[in-house]
Design a binder for this molecule. Structure first.
Ligand SMILES: Cc1ncc(COP(=O)(O)O)c(C=O)c1O
Length: 389
């Protein structure tokens, strides 16, 4: 069967390829410890499951859901947002539930750009951004990130002609893959840039609720006037251990929210209502639930950071998010090092270059594995690295 040119230019999703390799080794009997995905291993809270099950019994919830989500879900999200970030959202015009934030991120370029328009992204970045931009016929202009600048892009180096043709600037803090958080001053600078160049800021905040040491990652909408130039993507996947539920949220600029609602009502038919009820229940969980969950991730972070430093792999200790971003030992490319760990240690990590060329020299390690398996992974990594040294 001949498939489209669009598809033939579409690379396999980086995880899809990796998942295939892992599955192959597992089929051959290997006991793989998979540290390559940010897929929460901790269970969804029981009250959330109960809300889902209870709602599923109601025949009204078995019918097609609303395109723009249940008004109760939009209202619950606006209330959650006001409590968490101190920002008021109009639940009708400024909030749109998504079938996971990935779906919304993938559709956004169709709403905000025309073929040939520029989207400014970072390198490294979550791979969905460049793919979605390319599918919409857009051109990505990547700003390199590095450790010296705290993994924040330098907006001052964007050439004038790029700024003129740019329609969107994509940011993601807490950041995947680097683990960096952005200070408020950076968000203020981004809003100033967006206003000066009439560019839409697209802020992906999927990791805002996985936070350590008392940190409270900010929303870009906290910046005065940001709603005029910004939208933000939120996700319940990492926030409430609900990755399989597929529920996220687009908030901010009302015209973009309206455009996205129009596009999506042509493409999908909303989110199964019981999942929306579950999301409402999750957002009402007490702060103590989040603190206890985050304490588990924080302990894993500390355990892994200490172990990686023992292995001479320089790594920062992130304030938020699900990832560590250690430097790899010298003498390897990121891909070669990840392959060494997969083949010699049965440990899967993600090569930094899966997120862009500037990810060279790093691998991404996720915190979604229990302590005993993390210890086992570290022991195997140490053996594989020393055997090679
Ligand atoms: C930066 C970032 N944004 C968005 C997502 C998608 O999250 P979801 O579609 O589960 O809401 C992910 C998932 O890993 C991510 O890393």
């Amino acid at each position: 069967m001949r498939l489209s040119h669009l598809l033939s230019n579409l690379p396999p999703y980086h995880f899809a390829e990796y998942a295939r390799k892992i599955a192959e080794r597992r089929a051959a009997g290997a006991d793989i410890i998979n540290l390559s995905m940010g897929d929460p291993d901790l269970p969804t809270p029981p009250e959330v499951i109960e809300a889902l099950a209870e709602a599923a019994h109601d025949p009204a919830n078995q019918r097609y859901p609303e395109y723009a989500g249940m008004p109760e879900l939009r209202a619950a999200f606006a209330q959650w947002f006001a409590g968490r970030f101190g920002v008021t959202l109009d639940a009708t015009r400024e909030v749109l539930p998504l079938i996971g934030s990935k779906e919304g991120l993938a559709h956004l370029p169709m709403v905000t750009m025309d073929p040939g328009d520029i989207a400014i992204i970072t390198d490294p970045a979550y791979p969905v951004y460049p793919t979605a931009i390319a599918l919409a016929g857009g051109v990505a202009h990547a700003l390199p990130l590095d450790v010296a600048s705290g993994w924040l892009p330098d907006l001052g180096v964007i050439p004038d002609d790029v700024a003129r043709r740019a329609r969107t600037l994509w940011l993601n803090y807490p950041n995947n893959p680097t683990g960096a958080s952005a200070p408020r001053a950076f968000f203020e600078a981004a809003v100033r840039f967006a206003r000066a160049h009439d560019v839409l800021l697209v802020h992906d905040t999927a990791y805002s609720e996985v936070r350590f040491d008392g940190a409270r990652p900010a929303s870009i909408l906290e910046v005065e006037g940001a709603k005029e130039v910004a939208v933000e993507f939120h996700s319940l996947s990492k926030a409430y251990n609900m990755a399989g539920f597929r529920v996220g949220m687009l908030v901010g600029n009302a015209s973009v929210v309206e455009g996205m609602t129009r596009l999506k009502s042509n493409l999908d038919s909303g989110i199964f209502r019981p999942i929306q009820h579950a999301a409402i229940r999750a957002m009402a969980l007490p702060a103590a639930w989040l603190d206890a969950r985050n304490a588990i991730y924080q302990a894993r972070r500390d355990r892994l950071v200490a172990a990686l430093r023992r292995l001479d792999m320089a790594v920062e200790s992130p304030q938020a998010g699900l990832y560590l971003w250690p430097r790899i030992p010298t003498g390897y490319s990121a891909a070669a090092f990840a392959l060494l760990l997969l083949e010699r240690a049965d440990v899967a990590v993600t090569p930094g270059t899966n997120f862009g060329a500037h990810g060279e020299g790093y691998v991404r390690i996720s915190l979604t594995t229990p302590d005993a398996r993390l210890d086992e992974a570290i022991a195997r990594m140490e053996a594989a690295i020393t055997a090679r040294a």
